[in-house]
Design a protein around this ligand. Structure first.
Ligand code: GLU
Length: 306
């Protein structure tokens, strides 16, 4: 008899410290995994050194620990897994799903329309690079038609990859692996069955489903949690100057994150251990709002979005 196992994960990028938005994603993915009797893995997505903040990876781990998160197994660092991504790319090249592209950003901007996430690649190198030009990046050849994500919270999300995204990058011209390839290779290799993450990544999910399909791998289920925004409706992020959260104020911030996720703890849950006990006993995806969750100035401790 086989017992279905749930394996979730949290996969922060050390391009900044944890803030109220990333905390609520971590809380949601953790509670969903634990309430389903599953494992919860931690993966550091450190594949883009130019965008990384020195010390952020260690700070993120310390902060998660101070909040009382308990992850299963060792933390996985993408920066140590280049061979896996290389193997996957070789497989995609051999099966005709990936092709080399010599186009510069400037050339693409001059020839392409804007789509859902930047320019839609116009397909210049689909049948080979123009004479005398060498490939600089590798792209996935997308297939025509509509891609459907059946999200556990957001419902059906449809996207026409060929029209709205185009053939997308797997290995960048600067030699760095693209998130879209690495995230799929890692989730598959780590046996992740259920992905719970921020709704800002929903636009990426059809690309990731295309990578799973091209590699012949089964896709996980998806649940995209509402993102937190500031009063102007901008997603909380390093770019919108979201303040970092601190383990020193963990109980108040955990309470705030749970409240935003539709699970306001009773006043008598005072400390971290009580809050987690209550949250583990009370968590239900059905109570999570679809969002986006707009924060008012001062509505979260440590979040002064003036
Ligand atoms: N590393 C990504 C981020 O911090 C998340 C990736 C994912 O959850 O798929 O936005």
């Amino acid at each position: 008899m086989s017992i279905a196992t749930y394996r979730g994960r949290f996969a922060p990028s050390p391009t900044g410290l944890l803030h109220a938005g990333s905390l609520s994603t971590a809380v949601g993915s953790y509670l969903e995994a634990r309430c389903r009797g599953g494992q919860w893995l931690l993966r550091m997505e450190d594949l883009d050194p130019p965008r990384e903040v020195p010390g952020a990876a260690a700070d993120i781990l310390r902060t998660l620990e101070a909040f009382g998160f308990e992850w299963d197994g060792e933390v996985v660092y993408q920066s140590r897994r280049h061979d896996l991504y290389g193997d996957a790319l070789r497989q995609l090249i051999a099966s005709g799903h990936a092709y080399a592209c010599c186009c510069t950003r400037k050339e693409i901007a001059a020839a392409a329309q804007r789509g859902l996430d930047g320019y839609v690649y116009p397909g210049t190198c689909r049948n080979g690079c123009p004479d005398g030009r060498a490939g600089r990046a590798w792209r996935l050849r997308v297939t025509p038609g509509e891609s459907v994500v059946r999200d556990r919270l957001q419902g059906e999300h449809r996207q026409n990859l060929a029209r709205d995204i185009g053939d997308f990058v797997l290995l960048r011209a600067d030699g760095f692996w693209a998130y879209q390839l690495a995230v799929v290779v890692d989730d598959a290799e780590q046996g992740v069955t259920d992905i719970v993450r921020g709704a800002d990544l929903l636009v990426s999910t059809p690309r990731q489903l295309a990578v799973y399909a091209a590699l012949g791998l089964p896709a996980p289920t998806y649940c995209h949690l509402p993102v937190l925004t500031n009063e102007a409706g901008e997603k909380l992020s390093k770019q919108t100057l979201a303040p970092a959260i601190s383990g020193a104020d963990a109980a108040r911030q955990l309470r705030a994150a749970l409240t935003l996720l539709g699970h306001a703890p009773p006043a008598e849950c005072g400390d971290l251990a009580e809050l987690w006990r209550w949250a583990l006993a009370s968590w239900s995806l059905a109570s999570v709002p679809l969002g986006p969750l707009r924060l008012r100035v001062g509505s979260l401790p440590g979040v002064g979005l003036a």
